[in-house]
Design a protein around this ligand. Structure first.
Ligand code: ADP
Ligand code: MG
Length: 744
């Protein structure tokens, strides 16, 4: 069983890589996955050999920690505030330094008159003080990052910033401390205090904003948690006691008052009311609840009051399962992320090497071309610039933030996505197999006609069929039961009931064996039946049920289903997306073709046995199609699993979550196209993000290294490198947030 822990101390994607690498060396740990965007770690480990505390100890020297107790929100709020005020001070200092820098440039270009010497000197002497604050107070963690690099050899983006800014600081410090001696060798006025100040202030601001928007990408979970009741009124010894929902147990009797949410799943035992189930079914009309009806967690009692018996509590409730699924999906890594991870892992060391190489080359080349006095600041600026611009944190945010928004947006619209891989695959789908009954049709079947071929009376005939269908869950059986009850026809005792998958049912009544089912069943029994006698009706979309004993056909019942109103537009939209819809049904071929024609579906695979549905999926895949399969998820699970993307259509109460890649909570097949659109724009968002993350580096690194200098005289001032790097993370995160407003 894998467990999920929150990790404290992560600042960037390479942190995730560092933790993964470190923990993979521990033999008691089987697998570990760290997600930077959610700050979660999913880990499989041998619990008898190692404790979470010990795991935490492994990564502590590297600056990370598992969060083992529940976070005290108060403390984090106050530390948030401290962080914010430190950044605010840093920004004031940064603006002051930038202003000073700008002023001096303008003086040099003689746009401004020379400033008072004493005042200028005073300002200049403020710079080391500001830089000290920036580096040692605001930038403490970058120094820690540098120290970790020196001590343990692990490098992340903090290391890059740490080395860059402290080198700038140290250089300037040496210049000002030994001004008198050094002024004969280098230009002592060219100090880099402002680089230290501005870079640290900007990068910290960037990180701070990034952290806050990162939180915003994940607020779908918060919305779901709001649907969770905190307490419930439990009946104990005839009294109502308010209890925390975590203390509820199976069998507890719970009173629901109007206006409150149902806390756990159960069955109504007493009372009457109307429940707004829109959170689960999308149906806005309140649904009437009487004893025997299901009560679902997260739904809202609009009026009336009732008592229900808890049947699912804690993690078993529908809402808990939905929340768990969304969380797991948001934590999961899209396949496209694997490439990004590989790049991030080697990125930091490569950048360090590049920075050192360009430092050395400019020192050598510069001293040769100009002199050491001019070469040193140039080389140093290149060194610091590369380290600052190259931080791979935008790279680490590109995929996960988009996935978090995509999965969350799906959940808010009743589209539950199992994992990021499914979301990535869905957009490639070009064939959609759709189960007929219950997906394209309402699954609410009506009995249309009865043809009696026996010596029984019609009521006796219905009674036999009713008895056979008593124990079947097929919508056809449901129709027969409804008809019999309406006509007040009783059932008889049966023995040896058996479901003949995809064909019908059989049972014995008073020692005599009967069968009810389709034409396949008739041919299995080797009975004679003139198929053309029912052809007219099947071609009108009706399904025959043949009732037989072992030797002859006793009656022919025709039933029919109604097409869902939204199915026609849904099929049209699916075709517009360039996806080929194919109907898959166990029903009679004529019947299925009729329904398909009504919906504009050209391809029909009918009379398929349940066990063969999986094979039909495989056949399409062999033809090169990327196949999605939409079904009810209960008897279609092997086919759903075989498909590239399985889409389970849930209907209200019986949600078989986790049986498929996508679960459509509100059973509406128009949601299939919404899900595909969701996948498309999430993946587009990821690609844009990756572009933005790479482009800053692709341009910034050579620019900072001074590659363009010999040709165009272009370099990158480290101050701008700091701003650009903060901007790249922000543009990635805000691009992901933008996905929230896309129309599904
Ligand atoms: P589908 O979901 O497309 O209806 P099934 O495999 O469930 O596919 O059923 C295939 C066919 O088998 C049905 O169309 C019906 O003709 C017959 N059948 C299945 N179950 C029953 C039943 N309980 N009573 C009568 N006929 C049944
Ligand atoms: Mg079915």
């Amino acid at each position: 069983m894998s467990k999920t822990y929150k990790i404290k101390g992560m600042h960037c994607a390479s942190c995730a890589a560092i933790i993964e690498k470190k923990l993979r060396e521990v033999s008691e740990i089987e697998s570990v996955r760290v997600n930077f965007a959610t700050e979660n770690m999913e880990i499989d480990f041998n619990e008898s050999k190692i404790t979470p505390q010990q795991i935490s100890e492994f990564i502590k020297p590297l600056g990370y920690e598992l969060q083992l107790e529940k976070k005290k929100t108060l403390k984090s709020e106050s530390s948030d505030y401290t962080e914010f005020s430190q950044i605010a001070i840093g920004l004031v200092l940064a603006f002051f330094s930038a202003f000073l820098m700008g002023w001096e440039i303008l003086i040099e270009l003689s746009y401004l008159p020379k400033m008072n010497e004493i005042l200028m000197g005073f300002f200049h002497h403020l710079m080391p003080i500001f830089a000290t604050y920036a580096l040692f107070v605001l930038g403490g963690r970058y120094l820690v990052g540098m120290w970790r690099f020196l001590r343990y050899g692990v490098a992340n983006m903090d290391t890059l910033i740490g080395i860059g800014t402290s080198v700038a600081f140290l250089y300037s410090f040496v210049l000002s401390a030994f001004e008198e001696i050094l002024k004969n060798y280098v230009d002592v006025s060219a100090s880099y205090y402002d680089v230290t100040i501005v870079v640290i202030a900007f990068v910290s601001l960037g990180k701070y904003l990034e952290k806050n928007s990162k939180r915003k990408t994940g607020d779908a979970i918060k919305k779901l948690l709001k649907l969770q009741a905190k307490t419930a009124l439990v009946l104990r010894d005839g009294r109502e006691v308010e209890m925390e929902i975590s203390n509820l147990q199976h069998g507890d009797l719970i009173r629901v008052r109007p206006g409150s949410r149902i806390a756990v799943d159960g069955v109504v035992v007493e009372g009457h009311g109307f429940v707004d189930e829109s959170t689960i079914s999308g149906e806005a009309m309140p649904i009437e609840k009487n004893p025997g009806d299901p009560a679902i967690s997260s739904t809202l009692l609009a009026n009336g009051t009732f008592v229900f018996r808890a049947t699912k509590v804690g993690a078993e409730t529908l809402l808990a399962q939905i929340i768990k699924m969304v969380e797991t999906a948001q934590n999961s890594k899209a396949p496209i992320q694997a490439l990004v991870d590989r790049i991030s892992a080697v990125f930091v060391p490569i950048v360090l090497i590049l920075a050192v190489l360009s430092l050395l080359s400019w020192l050598i080349l510069g001293s040769y071309l100009w002199n050491l006095e001019a070469a040193l600041p140039f080389a140093l600026s290149a060194f610091v610039g590369i380290l600052v611009i190259a931080c791979p944190c935008a790279l680490g945010l590109a995929t996960p933030t988009a996935i978090i928004v995509g999965v969350g947006k799906g959940a808010e619209n009743g589209i539950l996505v199992k994992d990021a891989a499914t979301l990535q695959k869905l957009r490639e789908v070009n064939a959609l197999l759709i189960d007929k009954t219950g997906t394209l049709t309402k699954g609410k079947i009506e009995l249309n006609s009865i043809e009696n071929k026996s010596n029984f009376s019609e009521r006796e005939l219905v009674s036999i069929l009713y008895s056979l269908e008593k124990n079947s869950e097929h919508p056809i059986a449901e129709a027969i039961r409804r008809y019999a009850k309406r006509e007040k026809i009783d059932s008889q005792a049966t023995e040896k009931f058996e479901i003949l998958k995809g064909k019908g049912v059989t049972a014995e009544i008073k020692g005599k064996k009967y069968f009810a089912g389709n034409l396949k069943l008739i041919s299995d029994l080797k009975l004679e039946f003139a198929e053309n006698s029912i052809e007219k009706e099947t071609k009108q979309g009706k399904t025959p049920i043949l009732l037989t004993d072992e030797t002859q056909i006793l009656g022919v019942f025709m039933v029919s289903d109604t097409i869902k109103e939204e199915a026609k537009t849904a099929i049209e939209e699916i075709k517009n997306l360039g996806i080929k819809p194919i109907m898959l049904s166990g029903d009679n071929a004529n019947t299925a073709k009729f329904i398909a024609a009504q919906l504009g579906i050209e391809e029909v695979i009918a009379e398929v046995l349940p066990q063969d549905k999986q094979n039909e999926v495989r056949k399409l895949q062999a033809k090169g199609f990327v196949v999605a399969m939409a079904g009810d998820g209960v008897n279609d699970s092997p086919a759903l699993a075989q498909a590239d993307v399985g889409i389970a259509m849930a209907t209200g109460t019986d949600v078989a979550i986790e049986s498929a890649g996508i679960t459509l909570l509100r059973g509406d097949i128009r949601k299939i196209t919404s899900a595909i659109r969701l996948s498309k724009f999430t993946m587009t968002g990821i690609k844009q993000n990756l572009f933005w993350a790479f482009v800053y580096n692709a341009i910034g690194i050579p620019l900072a290294a001074g590659v363009f200098y010999p040709y165009f005289g272009w370099t990158l001032n480290p101050v701008f490198a700091g701003a650009a790097m903060a901007l790249s993370s922000l543009s990635v995160v805000s691009n992901s947030l933008r996905l929230k407003f896309k129309k599904l």
